[in-house]
Design a protein around this ligand. Structure first.
Ligand SMILES: Cc1cc2nc3c(=O)[nH]c(=O)nc-3n(C[C@H](O)[C@H](O)[C@H](O)COP(=O)(O)OP(=O)(O)OC[C@H]3O[C@@H](n4cnc5c(N)ncnc54)[C@H](O)[C@@H]3O)c2cc1C
Length: 348
């Protein structure tokens, strides 16, 4: 006669069409698919509960399409940040892989990171972000490290290298890829201000903004003839250009904001609205609250609005410089050390 061990539950009889071993992402997804097709499924999991801690840092577009096909993508998206770039460095700091898939040709951004507030340490560039998280542990203000040039670049030397005279220099771009609404507004601003000859412009159009120079020509401001107008596709000497400028117009990505703070520059920020939970706007507002920047939301951006803001800022030099100083005061100068200290604390 068989003896039943008191800790072992008697077997339960199930009659199903499909049995799946393992309630991992693959098992659960298969169960979802099959269940939605009306097929009886039994999922057998060796653990007594599902793993409820994060085991991934990122999710690609293919996995998002899989989520979409079982109707779960709207539950997943709020936990992700899209277009997440990654750089892998050697111990000596040489970049051996730069993953920046900024496309969504298959329906979803190619690479997305998970927002993981339940991790052991959350490092922030602004403590104002803490209220949007439900962190397991108190958040730490570490700031975001920027390249050393952003601390050392000299304004006068940079202006000399760029061939800029004593007139105020307005540097502008729509982020590394450029942005159509910013290009359009900048055409208005440059067409309005450049002929007056009282300030200089360096504008980066991005890959899709090759039309900007032609449009300016049509508006009577040929960049080849106006020595105070420089139109580039991309700025690969950003620390020099930023150090040289008197006013910076740009998106409000986290690195950009840290660079603005490191150099102490007044700025007009036009946050990208196409980011998770509008975080560029909220990050930009931390500078606005300290009177260190002006924000124009993309939905309110017109050439006229930009012309007005620039007019106002350039008309009061002392106030403009004060904005820059306020930005500099927000800079966390030892961000890398703070991050290192935080990591040491976590790993013990
Ligand atoms: C450190 C790390 C980082 C990763 N980062 C990412 C990332 O950023 N993005 C990404 O997309 N992927 C990432 N992955 C990969 C991802 O976690 C796996 O691809 C995914 O979990 C695989 O799912 P799965 O269902 O096949 O297996 P698992 O997740 O391993 O699930 C298997 C399940 O089967 C159960 N099981 C095992 N044996 C039995 C048994 N005999 N009977 C019943 N149940 C059983 C286990 O308990 C488990 O619950 C990462 C993996 C690791 C280890």
């Amino acid at each position: 006669m068989a003896i039943q061990h008191p800790d072992i539950q008697p077997a339960v009889n199930h009659s199903v069409q499909v049995a799946i071993a393992g309630a991992g992402p693959v098992g659960l997804m298969m169960a979802n698919y099959l269940g939605q097709m009306g097929i009886d499924v039994l999922v057998v999991e060796k653990l007594d509960k599902l793993i409820d801690y994060p085991r991934a840092i990122g999710i690609d577009d293919e996995a998002l399409r899989t989520m979409q096909s079982v109707g779960l993508v709207d539950n997943v998206l709020p936990h992700t940040t899209p277009w997440h770039a990654m750089r892998f460095l050697t111990p000596k700091g040489r970049c051996f892989a730069d993953i920046q898939p900024m496309t969504d040709e298959f329906g979803w951004p190619r690479r997305n990171a998970f927002i993981q507030p339940q991790v052991d340490a959350v490092m922030l560039t602004s403590m104002a972000a803490e209220k949007y998280l439900e962190p397991k542990n108190p958040c730490v203000l570490t700031g975001l490290p920027v390249r050393a040039e952003f601390f050392t670049a000299d304004k006068e030397k940079s202006r000399l290298e760029l061939g800029v005279d004593s007139r105020p220099l307005i540097l502008s771009s729509g982020g590394s890829l450029g942005a159509e609404p910013i290009n359009k507004a900048m055409v208005e601003l440059i067409a309005e201000r450049a002929p007056k000859g009282d300030c200089c412009f360096i504008h980066a159009t991005g890959h899709n903004g090759t039309w900007v120079a032609d449009e300016l020509k049509k508006r009577g401001v040929d960049p080849d003839k106006f020595e105070n107008v420089t139109i580039r596709e991309y700025i690969d000497d950003m620390s020099r250009c930023m150090a040289a400028c008197d006013l910076f117009i740009n998106r409000a990505g986290a690195s950009t904001l840290s660079e603005i703070e490191a150099l102490g520059k007044p700025s007009i920020l036009i946050p990208s609205p196409y980011v998770a939970e509008n975080h560029q706007y909220h990050n930009a507002m931390t500078l606005v609250e300290k009177n260190a920047a002006v924000v124009i939301e993309e939905k309110n951006l017109t050439g006229e609005k930009l012309v007005g803001e620039v007019e106002k800022l350039l008309s009061d030099r002392a106030a403009l410089d004060k904005m820059g100083e306020n930005a500099r005061e927000m800079c966390v100068r030892d961000a890398a050390k703070r991050i290192y200290d935080c990591l040491c604390k976590v790993v013990g």
